[in-house]
Design a protein around this ligand. Structure first.
Ligand code: CA
Length: 385
């Protein structure tokens, strides 16, 4: 059995309504996905998180180490890709290219063996996942920002979500007012998280944490630059709010640094960037040895969501209770036609919970028409984020 084809695609869609967060505006969504085909006629799909055209180039470069390999040997292929690139890229977008290939190989392996990926990973540890709504970004046409955010949050509660994450990082004073209004809109029973996308200094982050502790915040995500491991620890020690981070971190070695510095309460690897399912599984072993929970970062199409779902279904519970508590998973609710139209899945969202079926691989099929509709040609001169 061998791999006979690997083909990356860059897909893009212009948003009807642009939005922004503490760092930049989004007016389009662009993503690199990859298709891998075996000589048995099976197809696996993967996705990389990050600048799509560079990931595309990375996959093209790495193809030479994938073609002709046995598609069941996911770990062997991962190791080859890692060893061939570690001299130049132990983190960053080339690792996203490896991640995309790895996710596609797990999907392919599941399709070949007629088994869901969570089964290949070792089996489910829970019956369902609790997706949390990621939204509450900002837009230029918000007349009353606090009101608009509160209305959006109330909509997620009506849709059944039991946990919601909102953006902060646009000024401590304005953040406090926004958090206050959103908490008032969703009541006390819905979990609320905040995410600054590392917009703050330690001093600002401490101030915000102190002021919003009263609103029962489940975690404060990326309060400060991911480079400042020790400052994360200092912030942790100054607040009762758990500190989350890791979406900019790569491989078990990156997470080891976060853990050694005692920077975080919740680790957030992105499976489509940190090294794929193969490496995410290793990272989960590392975090469980430290009693740190994992809630993966997810931002992309149904391929990335499916990869995170299967991973979370298999994740060991931390703390180590026999009956696993509800486990959260990020569920981006911002405008994204690629997420909504690219894949079909039997997974069902019901009463705030996500149930995964035993369909083979990642349990998704990819709509070829959607790929053609959104596909863009990539030249080496094009840089797309
Ligand atoms: Ca984030």
């Amino acid at each position: 059995m061998k791999i006979v084809a690997i083909e990356p695609y860059v897909l893009s869609d212009t948003l009807d309504n642009s939005f922004y967060f503490s760092q930049w505006h989004y007016s389009s969504r662009t993503i690199c996905i990859v298709k891998i085909v075996s000589d048995t006629g099976h197809i696996g799909w993967g996705e990389g998180y990050g600048p799509a055209s560079i990931i595309h180039a990375g996959i093209q470069h790495l193809s030479q180490y994938v073609i002709g390999q046995n598609p069941l040997e996911t770990e062997t292929i991962w190791e080859t890709l890692y060893r061939r690139t570690m001299d130049f890229s132990r983190s960053g977008v080339l690792m996203s290219a490896i991640s995309a290939i790895d996710v596609a190989l797990w999907d392919l392996k599941g399709k070949i063996l007629d088994m869901p990926v969570y089964q290949l990973l070792g089996g489910p540890k829970r019956e369902y996942i609790t997706p949390y709504a990621t939204g509450l970004y900002f837009s230029d046409d918000m007349v009353d920002m606090g009101r608009a955010l509160a209305d959006e949050a109330a909509m997620y509660v009506d849709q059944g979500y039991r946990a919601i994450k909102m953006k902060v990082g646009i000024g401590v004073k304005r953040d406090i007012e926004n958090v206050k209004q959103v908490r008032a809109a969703i009541g006390d029973d819905v979990a609320l998280m905040i995410d600054a996308n590392h917009a703050y200094s330690l001093r600002e982050a401490k101030q915000l944490a102190r002021e919003v502790e009263q609103y029962n915040i489940s975690w404060f995500e990326e309060p400060i630059s991911p480079e400042y491991y020790d400052q994360y620890r200092e912030l942790r020690e100054s607040t009762t709010i758990p500190i989350a981070g890791g979406e900019c971190e790569y491989l078990r070695f990156g997470f080891q640094r976060l853990l050694q510095a005692q920077s975080i309460d919740i680790a957030q690897p992105d499976i489509c960037a940190t090294g794929g399912l193969t490496e995410a599984k290793r990272i989960s072993t590392l975090t469980s040895a430290r009693g740190v929970e994992i809630v993966p970062h997810t931002w992309g199409t149904g391929i990335a969501i499916a990869a995170a779902s299967h991973f979370v279904l298999n994740l060991d519970p931390v703390p180590g209770r026999l009956v696993a508590a509800d486990h959260l998973m990020e569920y981006d609710r911002t405008e994204n036609k690629l997420r909504d139209q690219l894949t079909q899945s039997d997974a069902r969202f019901e009463d705030g919970r996500l149930y995964i079926t035993d369909a083979p691989g990642l349990g998704i099929s990819v709509d070829a028409d959607c790929v053609e509709r959104h596909r863009i040609e990539v030249s080496s001169a094009t840089i797309i984020s």
